[in-house]
Design a protein around this ligand. Structure first.
Ligand code: MN
Ligand code: MN
Length: 308
């Protein structure tokens, strides 16, 4: 029997990487031949978490071959998944996103819960299956929840996420606020990143009513640090628009301390994107106060406007 690969989405974030590792740990404890892998470079925040808890970075894969058995965590949309996913055999999905562009030929285990983080669902699965959680796995699940919820400030964060994070912090033996802020800050430094890195670290592709958009997000503690490089960043985004034939590129610059976002939008459909929020772009930028969640405060609004 061939090994089952477990992975999250392209441009991996902390939840995607940690959930793959944690679910792999559970599957292996249960005697399954699985391996956690990743679809791209890990970001500085994830690196901080893995180093803190002494866990190795999963192997990088470029694509999956025909008939490869896979388990998807933290995503389901095919354009966010591994290249070749159409020919793979999806055995399971554990996710907390909208379901789109997803179908299989065979039955599967599909678990979707509208919680703030995939790792929160995994913690529930460990408990349901009565498997003990060690310090490392607890630390990784906690890191994923802190990342996806921006330390519980995101509207995607539920009471369940918070309670589970508190339980995990006990097992991992860390102070949530102290560890959490250090981890978020490790990933929020923008000065050393190239414009290409800034717009691609957390970029996701969406197909909305035949229009192709990329919605990218970067966390920062100083949005001006990014805005000051607007010209350089626009050049990179315009290249992306041409090479990927995009109708719009939406770059969300989120200040994790104030919970506000500056949004740079380019492409033919840029004004329609702004209209999704009843905004007009000024020099290609709009300010969205209180917006930190792409999943809940950006994607649904743009989807609605593009479906009109
Ligand atoms: Mn994710
Ligand atoms: Mn997630």
């Amino acid at each position: 029997m061939s090994k089952v690969l477990i992975f999250g989405h392209k441009n991996p974030d902390t939840d995607t990487i940690c959930s793959a590792i944690v679910y792999n740990n559970l599957k292996r404890l249960q005697g399954m031949d699985t391996e956690a892998v990743r679809l791209g470079e890990i970001n500085d925040e994830t690196k901080y978490a893995l180093e803190y808890f002494g866990v190795d970075v999963p192997r990088l894969i470029e694509n999956v071959s025909e008939g490869q058995k896979v388990i998807l965590v933290d995503h389901n949309e095919k354009q966010q998944s591994a290249d070749g996913i159409e020919k793979a055999v999806v055995k399971e999905v554990i996710d907390h996103h909208r379901i789109a562009n997803f179908e299989t030929a065979a039955p599967l285990y599909y678990r979707a819960e509208p919680l703030g983080c995939t790792a929160t669902i995994l913690k529930k699965i460990y408990n349901e299956q009565e498997v003990t959680i060690n310090k490392q796995m607890a630390g990784l699940m906690l890191s994923a929840i802190i990342s996806d919820s921006l330390l519980f400030k995101s509207p995607t964060c539920t009471v369940t996420d918070k309670h589970i994070a508190e339980e995990l912090a006990q097992i991992a033996n860390v102070n949530i606020d102290e560890y959490g802020l250090n981890m978020l800050k490790a990933g929020a430094s923008t000065t050393k990143k190239t414009a290409q890195e800034l717009v691609s670290i957390d970029a996701k592709e969406f197909v909305l009513n035949d229009k192709k958009l990329v919605i990218a997000q970067i966390n920062t503690v100083d949005a001006d640090e990014v805005i000051n490089r607007q010209e350089e960043i626009e050049n990179v985004i315009n290249q992306e628009i041409t090479s990927k034939d995009l109708d719009a590129f939406v770059f969300v610059i989120t200040n994790i301390l104030t919970s506000n976002s500056e949004v740079l939008v380019l492409g033919e459909q840029k004004d329609k994107v702004a209209a999704s929020f009843n905004k007009t772009l000024v020099n290609n930028i709009m300010t969205l106060n209180g917006v930190v969640s792409r999943k809940k405060q950006v994607v649904p609004q743009i989807t609605e406007e593009f479906n009109k």
